[in-house]
Structure formats: structure tokens, C-alpha cells
Design a protein. Structure first.
Length: 299
């Protein structure tokens, strides 16, 4: 019994050491590949040239429907706060970014915060031309202070990998930094809700315990989850690091009315109260979108 236990402990220790070495190597690679934020990397000409084809593809594959873009102010800094779906392929971001640039024009400054892994992944450097920058407080402040529209997803990797049966649930994991950001910059918040992204694969588990055990939740990776899903072409997809082929689920996105935090909640607003109010409004709107759907994927 003692030898068996020692053997098991040794094997477990070996696995942990190997996993730790792998994580350390990946972390170093990610840190070296993430570029410093440069808002000037956004390229209106590139967006203008690629927009028609990509928007046609998104409309065909996701039958994209984006509503009430008139709720987004025509000019000035604005913080667009969305619920997040679809794993690492994030169809909600693709659809909304294309729609925003079509509606407001490519000259309107618009940036999106993304996880370091997205910006460091091979082949995704073109996203910086669309205005995608690494998610950080400094980058967010820089974008808003420049008078741009900024898209953030407070739920991040926690929400984007939630189980598919929670498709119509807003889950920011009690993250309130976006509220302080809007207050500091004096910009309105426009809540954004979307549905359909969590039907582009069968998301089974966020894998939060596995991520902690492997140390993935520490910088620079900052991965709170190691998700498990059933997705094409891998069938069993662990981590979603290589992405997947999303099913052609109908994606619907809706912008809600802008919220001037100090006008609505006072000069010294309560962050918890604001968080509850915003997430409640978003959940009600998302519930309404869910009621319109008859079948998963089909919409």
C-alpha cells in the first residue's frame, strides 16, 4: 500500500511539474508576443476594404441581426458593456464590430479590449487593425480619453465559456471595474446584449478548478478557466486554444439606452447599486431575446 501511494504521489508530482513547465513556457511566449497598445494601429482603410466581404459572411453564416445602434452616441467617448458568448471564436464581437463600422463609418474611433492570448495568437495580428487592444486599465483609459467608443466584456473568459444551457444568462462574476472606468472618464455606458454565440458549440464546463491547479490564472496568462466543450473539428475540445469551427447559430445583438451614471445615480454613486441596475436591465433584455428563439442554432 505504501509503495503504491508513493508511486501515485510521484506520478502526480511529475504531472504537476510538467504542467508547470508548460505553463511557464506558454506564459513567456505570450508575454513576448503581446504588443504594446497603440491606438494608431487601427486602420480605417483596411477596415473599409475588408468590411463588405466579412459582413456578408457574418450575415450569411450567423444570420446576424444587430438592433438599436442608434442608442450609441454619435460622438465622444462611450463605454459599451456587453455579455460575452461563443468561446474563443466570439461571434458576438465579430458581428457587432462589423455592424458598428458599417453603421457609424470606419472613421469613427472604435476599440475592443481582448485577452492577451487573442492578441498573441498566430494569424490574429490583423485584429489590431480593427482596433483590438490588450485588456488593461491603462489601455481602456487611453481609448476613452481619446474620445473613442470602447467595447468591453466584464465577464471575460469566465462568461464566454459558460455552459450552453446558460446561454441566456448575464454573468459578469461580480466584476465592477467597468463602472469605475466610466466614472473616472466621465463617459456614458451603453449596455449591449447578445444571444446565439453559446449555441455555436456545446460548452460543457468552464474548468475553473483545473485552471487554478495548473496556475493558468496567474499573470501573464490570467486564464480563470480551462473550458471543455464539444466542437468541430476536434469533437472533445479542451481549452479552445486552437479555436473551433462555430456552428451557424443565429446571432442577435441589441444595444440598450445609454446610462449617464452621475445623472442617474448621483454625484457620489454606489458602485454596487449601479452594477445591480445595469446587469438587471441587461438580463431582462436578454430574457426577451431568448423568448424570441424557438430552437437552438436555428434561432
Amino acid at each position: 500500500m505504501g509503495e503504491s501511494e508513493n508511486g501515485s504521489d510521484g506520478a502526480l508530482s511529475l504531472v504537476r511539474n510538467l504542467a508547470g513547465s508548460l505553463v511557464k513556457g506558454v506564459s513567456g511566449a505570450v508575454a513576448s508576443r503581446v504588443p504594446p497598445a497603440d491606438l494608431d494601429e487601427r486602420d480605417p482603410d483596411y477596415i473599409r476594404e475588408s468590411l463588405p466581404g466579412l459582413w456578408m459572411l457574418a450575415s450569411f453564416w450567423f444570420r446576424a441581426e444587430v438592433r438599436a445602434l442608434h442608442n450609441i452616441p454619435d460622438e465622444g467617448g462611450v463605454l459599451i458593456v456587453g455579455n460575452h458568448s461563443g468561446g474563443n471564436m466570439t461571434p458576438d464581437t465579430i458581428v457587432f464590430t462589423l455592424a458598428f463600422n458599417t453603421y457609424f463609418g470606419v472613421e469613427r474611433r472604435f476599440f475592443q479590449l481582448a485577452h492577451n492570448l487573442v492578441l498573441s495568437a498566430p494569424g490574429l495580428g490583423f485584429l489590431r487593425k480593427y482596433g483590438t487592444v490588450a485588456a488593461s486599465q491603462s489601455n481602456a483609459h487611453q481609448a476613452l480619453s481619446s474620445g473613442a467608443a470602447l467595447l468591453v466584456y466584464p465577464g471575460g473568459d469566465h462568461e464566454v465559456h459558460r455552459p450552453s444551457w446558460q446561454s441566456s444568462r448575464v454573468d459578469f462574476a461580480d466584476r465592477k471595474g467597468f463602472i469605475r472606468l466610466a466614472l473616472d472618464e466621465g463617459v456614458p455606458i451603453v449596455p449591449l446584449v447578445s444571444i446565439g454565440g453559446q449555441e455555436t458549440a456545446l460548452f460543457l464546463s468552464q474548468g475553473r478548478g483545473i485552471a487554478r491547479a495548473l496556475g493558468l490564472d496567474r499573470p501573464p496568462l490570467r486564464l480563470k478557466v480551462l473550458p471543455i466543450s464539444i466542437a468541430l473539428p476536434w469533437i472533445l475540445n479542451i481549452g479552445d486554444f486552437a479555436g473551433h469551427i462555430p456552428l451557424p447559430a443565429k446571432v442577435t445583438v441589441q444595444a440598450l439606452r445609454p446610462i449617464d451614471l452621475r445623472a442617474e445615480f448621483g454625484e457620489d454613486p454606489n458602485v454596487d447599486e449601479i452594477y445591480w441596475e445595469i446587469t438587471t436591465r441587461m438580463q431582462e433584455a436578454l430574457d426577451a431575446l431568448a423568448e424570441e428563439r424557438s430552437l437552438p442554432v436555428i434561432g
